[in-house]
Design a binder for this molecule. Structure first.
Ligand SMILES: Nc1ncnc2c1ncn2[C@@H]1O[C@H](COP(=O)(O)OP(=O)(O)OP(=O)(O)O)[C@@H](O)[C@H]1O
Length: 278
């Protein structure tokens, strides 16, 4: 086990998560540095979202420790931003985009009025976040009337408005078209370069983020591998993880993963292929 690094923003040690007598994962050591981009991969039910929930302080570990910024994780830490799984907002939802983003600023003080100075500071921060995600054109429209991609950009802005040191993203690209996927991924990447924000990015589709990824955490059925993409996304490692023959082939600028037999490669592609374009 590595020595505790003072500048690690996230640190899990000997982390175990069990539900009843099912062990989701155990023996997980993970240290995340400022500005590190961590992709969290694995089939359905392998414990990706649960990892984020542990870091958000809402899911206790069964054993081991979870620290953020050198202290045990806690609920409502404004230094941890969160982009939840995308759900299309109700068409009739009248909340304006700007107000949705504002919820990220004072999400930890629900219902409490802010003093005037804080109100102005909030308005400025919300405006900055809206500009950062290039959502100014529709920020004053009711969010229910926006497209999925536009809503998702506002969610990114909402997560950024508290100026987090760690950004937890739970499949933020789901159901976006390729152009929107690229834009949202680039926004998140730009943020980490600008502010050294560490990113933990849960995804079934590594395609749009592969060039950004420093570290892959790949869960399969209680087992996992942690390492740089070129050391984890290999036929040997994935075959070992899946306990079946899996092939990772580099095709021009893409990685093609064949044979995992799970939702990763059941996305409508012929021949059970999972494409990871760079
Ligand atoms: N609160 C809970 N109580 C009992 N079981 C749970 C709870 N939360 C999660 N689980 C179980 O833990 C396992 C991991 O769930 P999790 O949502 O972390 O998986 P995931 O990798 O994010 O899956 P997906 O790709 O489908 O979103 C699943 O089998 C799930 O049913």
């Amino acid at each position: 086990m590595s020595e505790h690094q003072l500048d690690d923003v996230i640190e899990l040690r000997a982390a175990q998560l069990r539900f009843g007598n099912r062990t989701v994962w155990e023996g997980l050591d993970l240290a995340v540095r400022p500005g590190e981009f961590v992709a969290v991969l694995g089939p359905n039910g392998s414990g990706k979202t649960s990892l984020l929930r542990v870091l958000l302080g809402v899911q206790p570990l069964s054993s081991g420790t979870a620290h953020s910024f050198g202290a045990p994780v806690r609920v409502g830490d404004p230094r941890i931003g969160y982009i939840p799984q995308q759900k299309t907002l109700d068409r009739g939802l009248g909340l304006r985009g700007r107000d949705l983003v504002g919820l990220g600023y004072n999400g930890h003080r629900w219902g409490l009025p802010l003093p005037g100075r804080k109100q102005r500071e909030k308005a400025e921060r919300v405006e900055e976040a809206i500009v950062a995600v290039a959502a100014a054109d529709y920020a004053d429209m009711p969010v229910g009337q926006l497209s999925g991609g536009e809503q998702q950009r506002l969610r990114v802005a909402q997560a950024l408005v508290s100026d987090p040191g760690v950004l937890l993203c739970d499949e933020p690209l789901l159901s976006l078209d390729l152009a929107s996927q690229r834009r949202v991924a680039e926004l998140i990447d730009a943020r980490r370069h600008l502010a050294d924000t560490a990113v933990l990015f849960v995804t079934h589709e590594i395609t749009p983020i592969l060039p950004m990824v420093d570290t892959v955490v790949y869960f399969v059925d209680g087992r996992f591998r942690v390492g740089p993409p070129d050391q984890v996304m290999t036929s040997e490692v994935l075959s070992d993880l899946y306990r079946t023959e899996v092939e990772v082939i580099a095709v021009r600028d893409r990685l093609v993963v064949i044979g995992t037999g799970d939702a990763l490669d059941l996305l409508g592609r012929a021949g059970h292929e999972h494409h990871a374009e760079q």
